[in-house]
Design a protein around this ligand. Structure first.
Ligand code: F6P
Length: 564
């Protein structure tokens, strides 16, 4: 079924009303100190509960009516219809003519048979695959699945890139405290041989299981690394004299015991030599960057176990149901997406910082970069027409407090407006005391202090009152009015992580809908891949291929040839 053409957000009534509202705000002066002083209920009005998360929007450059106008914008661009279309499996990824059904990956068992798309019982297939993954994970965890020599698996190595790496590694790092079966995970993604070399250096081949994860099973990096890993395994086992028994070559059996795969392209996996019994599938309606909760998360299911993985899925599902059912005016998920539009298109913000105050979330900003930027970094709309506004802000960040001692200076006192999401949790799995001081409280005080300083700043008079010499007063003033959203949770549990990921997935859809973008294709990564294939022979072998290159590429290759 053809999807509706995008609505041009910039020609809606709500856009014009938002412009007026923005101009009024500028004229009257944006002043979070005054806004908080004037309205003692401001935080109450602008904060929300979402599953296990408490989300405070009150330190943003908004008034309660801003959210109403943004919700109106959502309605006028057809956000509610697009959300429904996504959940119902319409082909909203129209440039690839695909449904977008990552939300089906986390629907419960009782939803079997309730979502038939293109003739497929989507939830039924998801649950069947999960059962197989869980059975396999249990075998590895219990030690009934062993390596070639009968030893238990102690390390799983995920080989994948993009969505087949960033989601699993982020989630594994985030949920490390739940890895309770004595099995750790490593992630190899880069085709740079240094990555594989470092990650296999101290590995024991007898206790390692490789998981080759590639939706297409054609990705150059992943297949190259998979072949390298296969060679490494056979060489290392061979060096220990373990690859033959009574004259029989055990190489194929070694690959069967030490390699499994996750892919939508089952035929290609078979060609690689991996036993079809050890392949977990997913479907073309799961985008790579939306796939951590599919079979792509097998490394996670093995390390944290099926029960925890189910909790992870439940977290996603909590947010999905909320996002689908909550009217836009009160829908914090949609509102956070619309708020990003407010900053990008009205304030001209170019980037958005994501600052987790939890060391376990140290890969979360990198994960979000693919999710948001591969989704919304586009300049044509889903009907092929040019976008009518700025799109796709740059997401970046580092865990607090490390970022505080690196780039926060620019956020506090620079000339750019950088909206920032702060993410923190009330409880830590590693409580610690420094004398009488609870170290986690010290940490949380920093999260609170930063959002406070950014919002309310420090006036020249306050700086003077501290006895600062007049000449350096300007340098020590903080303007404040730098917007932040605080996302506070009880603890970084599997469910809370699922909620957090689903929150950002739907923020991405919301922004994309306003901009008229197909947030689920990624044509912009194709050209570089094709050129890399063409350039490879030119680098050292093929002078004809070299001659066909542009002058800059030729001279870079000449440098390489002179220095290799
Ligand atoms: O970077 C492009 C991309 O297609 C991503 O969208 C995807 O997550 C990644 O490559 C890996 O693809 P695959 O899982 O097919 O190997």
């Amino acid at each position: 079924m053809a999807i509706n053409p995008p609505v041009d957000a910039t020609s809606t009534k709500a856009w014009a009303a938002l412009h007026q509202h923005f101009d009024d705000m500028q004229r009257q002066g944006i002043d979070l100190r005054a806004w908080f002083a004037k309205d003692p209920q401001r935080t109450e009005k602008l904060s929300f509960e979402l599953g296990d998360l408490y989300i405070d929007l009150s330190k943003n450059l908004i008034q309660p009516e801003t959210l109403s106008l943004l919700a109106q914008l959502g309605r006028e661009v057809g956000l509610e219809e697009r959300i429904e279309a996504m959940f119902n499996g319409e082909h909203i990824n129209n440039t690839e003519d695909r449904a977008v059904l990552h939300t089906a990956l986390r629907r419960p068992e009782e939803d079997r048979g309730r979502l038939i798309v293109d003739g497929q019982d989507v939830v039924g297939d998801v649950r069947d695959t999960l059962k197989r993954i869980y059975a396999f994970a249990d075998q590895v965890r219990s030690g009934s699945w062993t390596g070639l020599t009968g030893k238990r698996i102690t390390t799983v190595v995920n080989i994948g890139i993009g969505g087949s790496d960033l989601g699993p590694v982020m989630a594994y790092e985030a949920l490390k405290p739940y890895a309770d079966a004595g099995i750790s995970a490593r992630y190899i993604s880069n085709i740079d041989p240094n990555d594989l070399a470092e990650k296999t250096r101290d590995l024991d081949p007898e206790t390692t299981l490789f998981i080759i994860v590639s939706k297409t099973f054609t990705t150059l990096e992943t297949l190259t690394n998979a072949r390298q890993a296969r060679a490494w395994l056979l060489k290392s086992l061979g060096e220990r004299g373990l690859l033959s028994k009574d004259g029989e070559d055990l190489s194929a059996e070694a690959i069967r015991r030490h390699f499994i795969a996750v892919s939508t392209a089952l035929d290609k996996v078979r060609d690689f030599g991996i036993d079809p019994d050890n392949v977990f599938g997913f479907w073309n309606w799961v985008g790579g960057r939306y796939s951590v909760d599919s079979a792509v998360g097998t490394s996670l299911a093995i390390t944290i176990g099926p029960e925890r993985f189910e909790e992870f899925l439940k977290g996603f599902n909590t947010v999905d149901r909320y996002f689908r059912a909550t009217p836009l005016d009160r829908n914090v998920v949609a509102l956070m997406g619309l708020l990003n539009v407010w900053y990008v298109n009205f304030f001209g913000a170019h980037s958005h910082a994501v600052l987790p105050y939890d060391q376990y979330l140290h890969r979360f900003p990198a994960y979000l970069q693919q999710l948001t930027m591969e989704s919304n970094g586009k300049s044509v709309r889903w009907d092929g027409t040019p976008v009518t506004s700025l799109t796709g802000e740059i997401f970046w960040g580092e865990p607090g407090t490390n970022g505080q001692h690196a780039f926060y200076q620019l956020i506090h006192q620079g000339t750019r407006l950088i909206p920032a999401d702060f993410i923190a949790f009330a409880n830590t799995p590693n409580p610690a005391k420094d004398g009488d001081q609870d170290v986690h409280e010290l940490f949380l005080a920093n999260f609170l202090a930063q959002t406070k300083a950014l919002a309310f700043g420090k006036t020249a008079d306050e700086v003077r009152a501290e006895g600062t010499p007049e000449a350096i007063v300007p340098a020590r003033v903080f303007t404040g009015n730098r917007p932040t959203t605080s996302i506070f949770g009880d603890a970084l549990t599997p469910a809370a992580l699922g909620e957090l990921i689903a929150l950002y997935e739907h923020i991405t859809l919301t922004e994309g809908t306003v901009w008229g973008i197909d947030s689920f294709d990624q044509w912009g990564v194709e050209l570089g891949k094709k050129l890399a294939r063409e350039i490879t022979p030119a680098i050292s072998r093929d002078d004809q291929a070299l001659a066909e290159q542009d002058q800059s590429t030729k001279s870079l290759i000449a440098f390489y040839r002179a220095h290799r």
